[in-house]
Design a protein around this ligand. Structure first.
Ligand code: SF4
Length: 185
């Protein structure tokens, strides 16, 4: 698991928290509009980005005690990394709240970290109406897994949100349908 970016302070990424934002390298999808395409490969070979060691990140959190409330873990897609629970556990043990950003492709990982109380807030993308998913996210996108993750979030006891990127492939009917997917029944 590689850390390819760290925003030191944000007021907008974690509701009610002043947070830093940690970018993990690697994503299992390939959305055509991806705003961080350099984070898609597991290895960042662009030579453009700084890579942070885990020790550097821990030192950073140590120095920010009392000034930050939480850490946003994003990517890429954080749930592809089997080391994610250990990372979240380390952050929690240091006294920070954790927000996870996910594309919803790994329901098992999301359930495991919820069951282990390793996360305080989750933001999950709903990228498109189900039948348009692969058109936007690539052939690797498994809609059944996204649906499963959404069901897990609807039953969980922490704060969460569904969000999307409004791209030209989506029309207003699509957006209303996606809003309906996120409704609690
Ligand atoms: S899921 Fe997110 S990080 Fe992955 S390709 Fe799509 S927009 Fe990029």
């Amino acid at each position: 698991m590689r850390i390819s970016g760290l925003v030191g302070s944000s007021l907008i990424d974690f509701p009610d928290c002043i947070s830093c934002v940690l970018f993990l390298q690697g994503c299992n999808w390939n959305c055509w509009y991806c705003h961080n395409p350099q984070l898609i490969p597991l290895e960042n070979n662009t030579g453009e980005q700084v890579e942070y060691s885990m020790e550097t990140f821990k030192d950073f959190l140590d120095r920010r005690r009392g000034r930050l409330d939480g850490v946003v873990v994003t990517g890429g897609e954080p749930t592809i990394h089997h080391e994610l629970p250990a990372l979240l556990s380390m952050i929690k043990e240091m006294g920070y709240a954790v927000k996870l950003d996910t594309n919803g492709s790994n329901p098992r990982m999301v359930k495991d970290i919820l069951d282990a109380n390793l996360v305080d807030y989750i933001a999950m993308d709903i990228k498109a109406p189900w039948e348009k998913y692969r058109k936007i996210c690539g052939s690797g996108a498994n809609v059944d897994r996204v649906k499963e993750t959404l069901d897990i979030l609807k039953r969980c006891s922490i704060g969460w949100e569904a969000r999307t990127t409004v791209c030209p492939s989506l029309d207003s009917k699509d957006l209303l349908l996606m809003e309906d997917y996120a409704r609690l029944r």
